[in-house]
Write a protein that binds this ligand. Sequence first.
Ligand code: LLP
Length: 423
Amino acid sequence: MSHENPFPTQKGTLFAEDIPFPELADRYGTPLYVYSRAALQTAWSRYAQAIAGRNALICYGVKANSNLAVLHEFQQLGAGFDIVSGGELERALAAGASADRIVFSGVGKQSWEIRAALTARIKCFNIESAAELDRLADIAHEMGLVAPISLRVNPDVDAHTHPYISTGLKENKFGVDIHRAPALYHQAQQHASLKIVGVDCHIGSQIIDLSPYLDALEKLLSLIGQLGADGIELEHLDLGGGLGIRYTDETPPDPADLLTPVFERLHAHGLDHLQVVLEPGRSLVGNAGILLTRVEYLKRTEVRNFAIVDAAMNDLMRPALYEAWHDVVPVEPRQGVPAETWDIVGPICESGDWLARGRTLPLEQGDLLAICSAGAYGFSMSSQYNTRPRAAEVLVDKQDSYLVRPRETPRDLFASERVPQRS
Ligand code: LLP
């Protein structure tokens, strides 16, 4: 396998590391999520290099791909985890995460989730509202524990990304208005069951331009200065996730492009002691995964050509939800078949069920297609709509492949359902 490319083409066939995709399709069936372990490691190493010798912690954003095998891989590499639910807490712990490297984000933490995270002794609760602060203080008090907290501030910067995944603007539901943050920190200080440890923000996802990060950082630095003047000292600064990946022709920044100026700014402010936390999801897994699908039918109409494949919007929701663009590559491109323009669509009964549109490809029935850059927010956002069993997931490591989640069966989908027994 080339180190550069985890999904190389050899003699006209697409491979996952050292395994040809047709072999994976034969062995595990389609639709199939295929992850490259080497790609996970390479993505991680970019962050690891960027923080080498620094006081920093990379907390993988579990929501991007929460398969235990992926979590375990990052745990082994030294990652912490950013979770947004009690379910993700259980997953992270099951994958071997140590709780003192887990941060808990999200606007709607329920009481049971707070209790579970307190019991586990996580590193930090990222608080998103005054109401949440009060609830956490009450529960920690009841349990006789002290909850470590950070306020997620909303720095009101535009991340220049899709509106659904932009989170740092005033009009978004996330975080606490940065101007209200000092008052809320003072409120937190009044609770013996809370310990202020940090500040955080997360301004959006698939960010290609660094300037919104640096704008947010400046605002956070001025907040930290103001808090310091009031005697509130922090231990860490969490800048969230959001670094973009290449889906088509984007040129996303490297983690070091973000982190180098961050460390410089902290140094300039005499804040070298602050631990820097990041919560990357997509940039660690996005290009480590492919959704493998097979063409079931070709259907030509007067206005459009449809390639109906066995994957659908329930397997990969991003095109339907965000009109996201994923590259589509034939696994064994046909010689002698003319290229035509195709919409790649799934079997689901919705016109929104498409994976790609207007792609010029030489296709025949039965062909395998790789839907690229599907490692992030692919399987983790998948559903069972139309009673479609969710896809299997496979992790490839050189010439070995591991089934890390078997394909569901239709029966799995309704096994826990009950018809009322009326007398
Ligand atoms: N931290 C917090 C608080 C977040 O809300 C998110 C993502 C992350 C970290 C990780 O962000 P990343 O590094 O992956 O950009 N489903 C959408 C993306 C939603 C992102 C939500 N929050 C998509 O498929 O594009």
